[in-house]
Ligand binder design. Structure first.
Ligand code: ES4
Ligand code: ZN
Length: 327
């Protein structure tokens, strides 16, 4: 079939990529050496062998450990630039990158170091690779709302260098309601709003992300299908779901790609598209997600391929004029 080739070559947008999750083991070891950081693993192979996850938390533990090598502005630049080179190879023309300041401030790395390094890589992606790129600051939901407010405060001198905020990390037991006030403040600041919901957590978390946090997109949202009234609403309001198939398999949300619910989400008329989430940890970048998912699910054909690519642009936070040119 020619579909995999079309998927690979088509222009596309990536809207759900944690830039710290693009840190490949080789770069982790290079940065550890450069910065004199000790790692709990003797080499790249041993680290990669530890990438066997049973759920979200088992992944997050090793993801935060990997990020411990990031100290200098140049480290953040190098990490993001490595992602953009991969993105260009996948014909990504628009990328919205999540980053987690609290993962770094906890180690004494200033928010300005993080944002400036990532922003320089975004600028170079535009000038050298013709990739339109922006940053979305994520609050860690296992921490308090007070800590989220402090994170926002520290980022405000760089307000023009990010376009929105998100909510990530451990979902279960940390409902969207916990962050109602800080998201209201972000809305006042004119920031775009998104949140992870319905990845491991229940459909009610998707509903409260919409009603309480007033987010414009839901990250993952695959468990929404357990609630038909919610699905009808997501379709009616055209709320985008940033779906990450390889992530869902690695974190045991579905047993394998042939059991993923993407065909049902699309049949329900939802604005779903594919994303890589944490490509260095989940075994593939965006084109790997697209090709493997379409190969594993015979219900997905050319119509659905066109739909998910189109949805990726429709759901992106680019000005309407430019969006029109892509769609
Ligand atoms: C994440 Cl897959 C996933 N879910 C929630 N938070 C995250 N942070 C990085 N990857
Ligand atoms: Zn994610």
């Amino acid at each position: 079939s020619k579909l995999p080739d079309l998927l690979r070559k088509a222009p596309k947008a990536e809207l759900h990529i944690h830039i710290e999750g693009s840190l490949e083991p080789e770069l982790i070891f290079k940065l550890a050496q450069r910065n004199g950081v000790a790692l709990a693993y003797p080499n790249v192979e041993a680290l990669r062998a530890a990438y066997a996850f049973t759920d979200l938390q088992s992944f997050l533990d090793i993801y935060y450990a990997g990020a411990s090598v990031l100290l200098k502005e140049e480290d953040f630049f190098d990490m993001a630039w490595a992602y953009f080179e991969r993105a260009a190879a996948d014909n990504i023309v628009r990328a919205e990158l999540f980053f987690d300041p609290q993962t770094h401030t906890a180690r004494g790395v200033d928010t300005g170091i993080v944002i400036r390094g990532l922003h320089r890589a975004c600028q170079r992606a535009q000038s050298e690779l013709r990739i339109s790129a922006d940053l979305i600051l994520c609050f860690l939901r296992h921490l308090s709302e007070e800590e989220a407010f402090a994170t926002l405060e520290a980022a405000l001198p760089y307000r023009e260098l990010f376009i929105g905020v998100g909510l990530d990390s451990s979902e279960q037991g940390h409902p969207p309601e916990k962050f109602e006030r800080v998201f209201a403040k972000c809305a006042e600041l004119g920031l775009h709003l998104v949140a992870h919901a319905g990845e491991e957590g229940p459909p009610d978390y998707v509903r409260s992300a919409l009603d309480v946090l007033k987010v414009e997109r839901i990250d993952h949202g695959v468990r929404s299908l357990e609630d038909p009234a919610l699905v009808a609403r997501l379709a009616r309001e055209r709320i985008p779901l940033t779906v990450c198939p390889l992530s869902n398999i690695k974190l045991c949300v579905f047993p394998d790609l042939s059991h993923h619910n993407l065909p049902k989400l699309l049949d329900a008329g939802l604005c779903a598209m594919l994303n890589s989430d944490d490509p260095a940890y989940f075994g593939g970048y965006l084109n790997d997600n697209l090709v493997q998912t379409f190969e594993a699910l015979p219900q997905l054909g050319a119509r659905q391929a066109y739909q998910v690519l189109r949805n990726s642009f429709e759901a992106s936070f680019v000005p309407a004029e430019r969006k029109q040119a892509w769609i």
